[in-house]
Design a protein around this ligand. Sequence first.
Ligand code: SAM
Length: 294
Amino acid sequence: MIADRRYAYGDAALADRDWQAALDLFEQTLERVPHWPPAYLALAKAALALGEKDKARAALERVLALDPADHLGAALLLARIGGRPVAEAMPAAYVAALFDDYAPRFDSHLVGQLAYRAPDLLVAALDRHLPGRSFAQVLDLGCGTGLMARALGSRAGRVFGVDLSPRMIAVAAETGLYAGLEAGDLAAFLARQPPAEADLVIAADVFCYLPDIAPAFAAARRTLASGGLLAFTVQTHQGEGVVVGEDCRMHHAPAFVRALAGAAGFTLLAEDDAVSRLDAGRPVPGALFLLAAP
Ligand SMILES: C[S@@+](CC[C@H](N)C(=O)[O-])C[C@H]1O[C@@H](n2cnc3c(N)ncnc32)[C@H](O)[C@@H]1O
């Protein structure tokens, strides 16, 4: 009871940006329950806000020691402060837990409050660059609740979706828009597809959860028929390569995406600036790409 209360007060202090009070309260929580990952993670957040990187790093390492699958995403925060390679920043258990939790309010919150429109932007780009084109077989990577299939509408024939979050998949299933759905990682899903059959592989707001997009590009390329398309959005940044942003998502430099696309054998059909949603009322910088398989 006392630990619960300390933790709740700590949470409230975090929300009030009273970092020192939050840090003290989480330390007091951990004196009573020394093996509780959420309190270490919360302590790390307060310590990071106070600039106490060593304390944050130690707390995050403790989270990982207690929960090696990393449901809370400690590796993501560690990667942000240089304590883990970026490649390890997005554990599957964390992404699945994040979106399982989000699934029931995903559409209303993201579309209603954050002006989410990645699927609409991708469809508008397809219409602009390839007017009148339809796609008999579509692979929807990170399909979530099914907004991408809905946006494609009659442009799509059979749509197959994959998502790490079983609860997102359950919501997508209710739409009746998918010929097949599976809960799992997009890389394993792509690896199981027959070669050179898909007309469109699409990923709306998914690669911001993928630290290494090169294997996904290669796997998508293998599944695509000649002339097929890989269409996706990314969050962008001004620097080079891929970084973990302050919003704890992966941000890709457009030039880096272009280079990876070329290395995977794609032709760049279109690259446009694209704001997929708002964050704290501000547009999130991003881009969309249409890549063609030769
Ligand atoms: C922001 S949502 C976008 C959902 C959907 N594409 C849309 O536009 O509404 C990102 C989705 O990608 C999924 N995801 C992230 N990484 C994934 C991976 N490696 N494999 C499969 N799904 C993944 C998440 O579970 C989540 O449902």
